[in-house]
Ligand binder design. Structure first.
Ligand SMILES: Cc1cc2nc3c(=O)[nH]c(=O)nc-3n(C[C@H](O)[C@H](O)[C@H](O)COP(=O)(O)O)c2cc1C
Length: 463
């Protein structure tokens, strides 16, 4: 089959009116964390697991907390390189400098969880479709249908240097490759029809010969004959997640993503993007319910508002200036911050230039004309996602407000520090959400798809 990659248009869409219908579905929840926590200074926080990156027992505990909270899924990010940059700053900020391979780690968690969806990140820029199709299909079998794949194109240039390249693929090229990559992987997942393996001792037939399909894919980036040597997995395809923010990435999400983790910063922006993604799914022949919008939520919860604020203040006070500046510099695409002191306001002409360049990306960072310190403090804690600091009722109120007003289908809870930050959410906020009838008290289904309310895709040969 030849690949017919569709080039996305450069523009986003016209806004569509927000739905006012009463919701009958339930909120979805996922856990997403960097080893010691989402906050950039979490490893310095006395209650965090300091060696979390390579500590398997820590991940077992995190998965079990998430499952106790009836979370839909736990999701692990990935990069296939350390971060490059100012070593003085990196040595004070362990994220992506020392951590376990997500799929290997999640495979280990299969045995200690029963219901939790396990979502691994794998890049389409530095992998081959056959290997990813094989690993994820294996993982879906091993989990009994709880596997997910966060499709990324790799944001870090440093990843290119480990895969025979001197530079990263250009943005559009990455997304063309991603689209073809996913198409091939799905094709390989359909190599055997459902029920192909009859394993019939009486006839001496192990599988039906006409239920095996060769893909014969030949496209711009990949040539893959197939078939994949593994039977169709419990979910048909593991659940596909994506976190793009650009126009081209969002269009791809409309075509392939079943969960979107894109950051959302205000209710109005959330409602607009939520509706746009649902419309895009429909434009691509899918149903609005086939795509679940679950942005990150950096929730810092205390038994009281004061306790939550105190935790947040303690974490913020631990941010080293070198780390804050490095992080900000990365968020501002390598902009040189050295001419500005920590307590100087960001120059107005630079703010205007950033907003003209990419309003959606930079507005949450530069709004209110903060100083460099205020900007990095705001950014370092949230890592680009929305921060919410409050009591269980306050946090539940906010979640409910976004959910009932059709800005999200759920949230990826990003604990500021681990394991305590996730434990706080599960112990304090989940019962409140359950009490309000917003969130499940028991898992509804067997598979991640069933729990998320996603259909099992039929094989392309059965369609
Ligand atoms: C919650 C979340 C998780 C992400 N996880 C990863 C990751 O693990 N690896 C990665 O390379 N990129 C990751 N990204 C980056 C996105 O895949 C994407 O590249 C980024 O949002 C920029 O969008 P764009 O690619 O459309 O320009 C993540 C983004 C978000 C919001």
């Amino acid at each position: 089959m030849a690949f017919n990659g569709r080039r996305p248009s450069n523009s986003l869409w016209e806004p569509t009116p927000v739905s006012t219908q009463k919701r009958t579905d339930k909120l979805k929840l996922g856990a997403f964390f960097h080893p010691t926590g989402n906050h950039v200074a979490s490893w310095l926080y006395p209650e965090s697991q300091i060696d979390a990156g390579t500590n398997f027992a820590h991940y077992v505990e995190m998965a079990q907390i998430a499952e106790r909270g009836k979370f839909d899924l736990m999701f692990l990010a990935d990069a296939v390189a350390t971060r490059d940059g100012n070593l003085e700053a990196l040595s004070r900020w362990p994220q992506y400098m020392n951590f376990l391979d997500p799929l290997t780690l999640l495979a280990g968690l299969t045995a200690v969880t029963k219901h939790l969806g396990l979502v691994a990140t794998a890049t389409t820029s530095y992998n081959e479709p056959y290997q990813i199709a094989r690993r994820l299909a294996s993982f879906d079998h091993m989990t009994g249908g709880r596997a997910g794949w966060n499709v990324v194109t790799s944001a870090n240039t440093s990843e290119a240097y480990n895969f025979g390249r001197d530079e990263h693929y250009a943005h559009g090229e990455r997304y063309d490759r991603a689209e073809e990559f996913v198409e091939v992987v799905k094709g390989l997942w359909d190599s055997y029809d459902d029920g192909a393996f009859v394993r019939d001792r009486s006839s001496g037939r192990y599988f039906k010969p006409d239920a095996l399909h060769f893909l014969h894919h030949q496209g711009e980036n990949f040539k893959v004959r197939g078939p994949l040597h593994i039977e169709r997995s419990p979910q048909g395809y593991p659940v596909l997640a994506q976190a793009s923010a650009s126009a081209v990435g969002t269009e791809l999400a409309g075509r392939i993503a079943e969960i979107v983790f894109t950051p959302l910063h205000s209710l109005a922006q959330g409602q607009q993007i939520y509706q746009q993604l649902k419309d895009l799914a429909v434009k691509n022949g899918r149903q609005p319910d086939d795509i679940k919008i679950m942005p990150g939520l950096n929730a810092i919860v205390g038994r009281t508002e004061e306790e939550a604020k105190e935790k947040h203040f303690r974490l913020q006070s631990l941010i080293h200036s070198a780390v804050g500046r490095e992080l900000l510099q990365n968020a501002l695409r390598g902009m040189d911050l050295s001419p500005y002191g920590d307590d100087e306001p960001f120059p107005e002409d630079v703010v205007a230039k950033l907003l003209a360049d990419d309003r959606r990306r930079y507005e949450p960072i530069v709004a209110g004309r903060p100083t460099i310190r205020q900007m990095y403090e705001k950014f370092a804690g949230a890592r680009g996602q929305r921060t919410l600091v409050g009591s269980p009722t306050q946090v539940a109120d906010d979640i409910e407000h976004w959910f009932v007003n059709h800005a999200v289908d759920g949230f990826l809870i990003q604990p500021a520090y681990t394991p305590g930050g996730l434990d706080d959410f599960v112990t304090l906020v989940v019962p409140e959400l359950q009490h309000r009838g917003l969130f499940r008290t028991e898992y509804e289904g067997r598979t991640l798809r069933e729990n998320l309310g996603l259909r099992r895709p039929p094989s392309r040969y059965a369609r």
